[in-house]
Every structure is written in C-alpha cells, then in structure tokens.
Design a protein around this ligand. Structure first.
Ligand SMILES: C[S@@+](CC[C@H](N)C(=O)[O-])C[C@H]1O[C@@H](n2cnc3c(N)ncnc32)[C@H](O)[C@@H]1O
Length: 440
C-alpha cells in the first residue's frame, strides 16, 4: 500500500476498524498487530486514562510528520486531532461539559456553532440543543469533545425542512454585504417576504430560510459591532427590515462583555420574538451589564506558564519598533500590554499570529501571550472545557467565539420573555422596536 497518500485516516484506519480483533488479541498477548502497526498497552498512573504505545514503520512516521508540518502543528497534536476526529471516539456520555439535569425547558438549534459558546450558554438555562451546524473540521473536533456530538456541515447545503422543530434559534453568522439591485421591482411582484430576493447568496439568507420554515418563538443573532456600519449601514438595515418583514419583533443592542469577563468585547445582539407565539414580545429586557460584576485579568491567569508563550527577543523588538513607528505617525496602533489588574482588549481570531493585542507583563522577562486555557477563561468557558486541538486552532476558535456567561444572561432574559407566551395576543404584527435602535 502506498504510504505517501494524503489521507492519514486511510493509512491508519485498520487501527480503529478492527476493534474487535484488537480486543481478542489484547486478551492473548496484550498487543495488537496488523501489517503496519503494533499497539502496546502500557501502565498509566491515572484513573480512567490509558497509555498506548504505537510502533509504526518509518514510512508512516515520515508521512505523519510531513502532514503535521504542512498543517503547522506538532506531531502529537496532529495525532490527537486524528483520534478525536473519529466520530465513534467521543460519545454523548463522554462529553467534557456537564449536562443540564432535569427536564429540558425548551429546544434550540445552534447555527455557525464554532466551539459551542452559544450552546453552552443556552444549555445552562435548561435548553436542549436539537441541531447544530459548523463546517470547520477543527471546530467540529472541539465541539464533539465538549458536547459529545458532531455538528452538521455546510449550512447552505442543509434542507431547512430536515431541521428539527425548536423554540429558539441561535447563531453568529459571518457578515457579508447584500446586493439590493432589483429588490423593489421583485417585491412589487407580490412576493410574501423580501428575504429571498434581498439576501440571496449570503449566510444570513440561510438563517432566514430556516426561520421562515421553522418559525421559532425566538432567536438570538450575534455579530461584530461593525455589522451596524458595514456597507454604510446597508447590511444592518437589510437584516432589520428582513426580519421585521418576516413578522418578528426585534430588540437590538451592542453589549460589552467586560461586566462578565475581564475583556472588552463589544458585539451586536439581535433578539427576535414571533408575536404569534409570544404574548409580550416587548417585555424582553437585555441583561444589565452593571449587575454582572467587575472582573480583572488576574482572575484568569495561570500560575505557571510554559516559557514557550514568552515572546522571543526578535518578535518583542519588532512589535516595539512597529508601535513606535505608528505612534510617530499619530496612529494608535500598537500591542496591548496588560497586568493582573487590567481588562484585556478583544481577543480576535488572529491572536495566534503574534498575540500582540493581549500581551501579559512577565516580570523582567519579555511579555508573554495568553495560553489557550487562559483564552478559554477569558471567554468565560468553564475549566472542564476540553481543548482538543493545537494552540493555533485553539486561539482561532476562542477568538471567534462568544462570551459564555453573557450568552447565559441573554438566554435567561429570552426564556423569561418566552415564559409569558401562554396566551396569544390579538392583532399583533411584526415590527421593529425603534427605541432600541436609538440605543445603538
Ligand atoms: C463567528 S464564528 C461563530 C462562533 C460561535 N458562536 C462560537 O461560540 O464558537 C462563525 C462560524 O461560522 C462557521 N461557518 C461559516 N460558514 C459556514 C457554513 N457555510 N456552514 C457552517 N458553518 C459555517 C465558521 O467556521 C465559524 O466557526
């Protein structure tokens, strides 16, 4: 068999696919062999964890090393990814995050799920996730490790009618400009909703077609603050108009997560209620930041940090020179240097590049970047949250994610509004709460 093929999964497949014969062999001589691999169980001093030695031929080793290098991850992390990526490995019972015990209060779906920050916020207030979609394979690995199931892939390929019924839809869709050419002409042809014309070809269109088909009682959409000014305000206007035309009452607010975590992270939250299902769609109130609390970076920093996170002289000199150059030109750009009493800047998906946006003072040594575990804490993920991918992927995933405790607060407010849904209101149609728009 050729060893130079790209698909590692196929070259190490027999290791997993012949599980039963492995068990048989294990009984006999405590090792498993096939043509290519020898697996040797080894003693482990930890409960519920096992050490396996795998003896592999030189050719496979070289192939794996080459592929790990191409992906820019250490060999160990690459092997970990391959193992975790087998859907049979992590079962719902083996998920890292605690499961809400008790009867679920509502069902929800998790779109553009990333690593499940929205999901965990909604699960903590009694929600049961019945569907998720995320196409990035590394995010899927993290998601599966923590929630025990694998999100469906590309949302544009998923038939909305195949999605289970749910009460709440949540998602942080990527923001794209809309082309509005021809909208009014098409609208005048008497279509039900303009969304099909206005948003075609964007991921927001996919959100709309699911809302239109499934009519959840409520939704929570999250996005970067710039959504409001994107394409000179047109993108946000199309979103608001479209959801309103679809009959939902909207509440929009930019909230800074700094009252929930020691990080400034301003995001726009769009909450919608179907007035046909919710008695008082205007009773919804955004959580009060002031009540959440004061947090400092010292709360999330690790005591002992691997020296690999300390900046090299070369990078630190470069960042200082770059910042100096921009200061002289009157530009504000520079690295962000923080201590335990500070609140960090926004963690972005680019953090893996040089970490310059959040550097931590490090005594007499060069500053260091945050570790992936510190990033998890900075986003409000609990200690149980499993980081199952390389540092690079983990930085990207946390930078793209949401502030979990803030999502939990929002989920609580949405559920409170939904609990008033028992009686049906008279003569209510969807409209936009302009007072809230002014708050932007
Ligand atoms: C801003 S992130 C959302 C992160 C998420 N809220 C979390 O807590 O981690 C947007 C996500 O949408 C995913 N995405 C983009 N296009 C997609 C598509 N067509 N189908 C499924 N997922 C997609 C990206 O991979 C990315 O993880």
């Amino acid at each position: 068999m050729g060893m130079q093929g790209k698909k590692v999964g196929s070259s190490i497949g027999p290791l997993f696919d012949q599980k039963n014969s492995y068990l048989e062999e294990e009984k006999n001589d405590f090792s498993y062999r096939n043509k290519m691999l020898t697996i040797i169980p080894m003693a482990s001093n930890k409960q519920n964890e096992h050490l396996l030695g795998v003896r592999i031929p030189e050719e496979i080793h070289l192939t794996l090393k080459k592929e790990a290098k191409e992906k820019g991850v250490p060999l160990q992390a690459y092997l970990g990814d391959i193992i975790a990526n087998r859907s049979s490995i992590i079962t719902p019972e083996q998920r890292a995050l605690p499961v809400f015990r008790g009867t679920p209060k509502f069902k929800f779906i998790d779109l553009f799920a990333g690593i499940g920050g929205m999901r965990y916020g909604f699960e903590q207030v009694g929600g049961q996730c019945v569907f998720s979609s995320e196409w990035d394979k590394y995010s899927q690995i993290t998601y599966r490790s923590n929630f025990g199931d694998t999100p469906h892939g590309d949302i544009t390929k998923i038939d909305e009618n195949s999605i289970p019924d749910h009460d709440i839809l949540v998602g942080g869709f990527p923001c794209q400009p809309f082309s509005i050419a021809g909208v009014s002409k098409k609208n005048s042809l008497g279509r039900d909703h303009g969304f099909k014309d206005k948003t075609q070809g964007t991921l927001f269109f996919d959100v709309c077609r699911i809302i239109d088909a499934k009519r959840p009682s409520a939704f929570l959409l999250e996005n970067v603050k710039n959504l409001c000014s994107h394409d000179k305000g047109n993108t946000f206007k199309v979103i608001v108009d479209t959801l309103t035309e679809m009959g939902y009452r909207l509440h929009c607010k930019i909230i800074d997560a700094r009252s929930w975590v020691p990080q400034h992270r301003e995001r726009i939250y769009i909450v919608g209620f179907d007035p046909k299902k919710v008695a008082n769609p205007d009773s919804f109130k955004f959580p009060e930041p002031s009540k959440a609390g004061i947090h400092k970076l010292g709360d999330i920093l690790e005591d002992r940090v691997d020296p690999k996170y300390t900046l090299s002289d070369k990078l630190w000199n470069y960042l200082q020179a770059y910042a100096q150059k921009h200061r002289e030109k009157g530009n504000g750009f520079g690295f962000g240097l923080f201590g335990p009493n500070d609140v960090a800047r926004t963690l972005s998906a680019r953090y893996y590049k040089d970490g310059s946006e959040i550097l931590i003072r490090n005594g007499r040594k060069n500053p260091r970047r945050l570790t992936p575990r510190e990033c998890a804490r900075l986003m409000g993920f609990p200690e149980e949250f499993r980081i199952a991918v390389s540092d690079t992927q983990a930085y990207k995933q946390f930078g793209n994610s949401v502030c979990v405790p803030l999502i939990k607060s929002l989920a609580l407010s949405i559920v409170e509004a939904l609990e008033q849904q028992k009686q049906k209101p008279k003569n209510r149609s969807g409209s936009y709460n302009e007072e809230r728009l002014l708050q932007l």
